[in-house]
Write a protein that binds this ligand. Structure first.
Ligand code: GSH
Length: 256
């Protein structure tokens, strides 16, 4: 190792242990005040549940507890000034990290990446090392961005036109339902030879899967009766559904 590389490594080790000490101190302070590590502002929707699933996974491994404040999106609580201060986009979920000076994160993809970066960094149980596993990391991001640009918005619109639109617009209903089904077909293709969306060989469970799962779990809401047309997607869905942390995350906020 060159002396430059060695000194960079030393700096990185020093930073890591400084951060660990900070977390330990902050954790102890929070305990004294009876506060949990995180506060999640959420509702019982696919976007909200992506985050509660990962928080349940992290709680299981690292014992970081989180507190939930249920936001009633039907009453537009998420558009009130106090909420807009945290997320100017006025949507759930929002995460507040008390271990890092109340740092606020909005947008589910950003929240999942943030939690993996800060709270699963060394073990990488739910993501990949951007330096050591650059291709797996990129693949994970690709499936996350794909879901953010396609699966979530399209299924969200399908939900809207099937369930909430004040007028019946058959064209919109058909367009968004068909696009959602097409996207399920993309997942089917990806999962025909794999168990998870990203990772080596057949893949490993990661935030790419957590990010897509609650949308697939909500297929019935937009009028897709079952997953029989996409057997590999169904097998992936059943595999993930078996995880107790996923089952717990899917109950939030109703059980809080
Ligand atoms: N791109 C955002 C989408 C968030 C989102 O659409 N949240 C919905 C619930 S699933 C919401 O807050 N809806 C209420 C509203 O639109 O005012 C994310 O990934 O966090």
């Amino acid at each position: 190792m060159s002396s430059f590389a060695a000194s960079r490594r030393l700096v990185s080790i020093a930073r890591h242990s400084f951060r660990q000490r900070n977390f330990a101190t902050n954790s102890a302070l929070l305990k004294e005040q009876n506060l949990n590590a995180f506060k999640l502002y959420t509702a019982g929707t696919p976007n909200g549940r992506k985050v509660s699933i990962l928080l349940e996974e992290l709680k299981g491994l690292y014992q970081h507890e989180y507190e939930v404040e249920k936001i009633d999106i039907s009453k537009n609580t998420q558009k009130e000034p106090w909420f807009l201060k945290m997320n100017p986009n006025g949507r759930i979920p929002v995460l507040v990290d008390r271990l890092r000076d109340e740092f606020v994160v909005f947008e589910t993809g950003a929240i999942l990446l943030y939690l993996a970066q800060h709270y699963d960094k060394s073990l990488r149980n739910f993501s990949f090392d951007p330096n050591g596993q650059p291709n797996d990391y990129s693949t994970m991001l690709q499936w996350m961005f794909w879901a953010h640009g396609g699966l979530g918005p399209m299924q969200g619109q399908a939900n809207h036109f099937q369930r909430f639109a004040p007028v019946d617009i058959p064209y919109a209903k058909k367009r968004y339902l068909e696009e959602t089904e097409r996207l399920y077909g993309v997942l089917q293709m990806r999962l025909e030879t794999r168990e998870y969306l990203a990772g080596p060989d057949k893949g490993t469970y990661s935030i790419a899967d957590i990010n897509a799962y609650p949308w697939i779990a909500g297929h019935g809401f937009c009028g897709i009766e079952n997953l029989d047309s996409w057997p590999a997607l169904k097998a992936w869905f059943d595999r993930i559904s078996e995880r107790p942390q996923v089952q717990a995350g899917m109950q939030v906020p109703n059980l809080q």
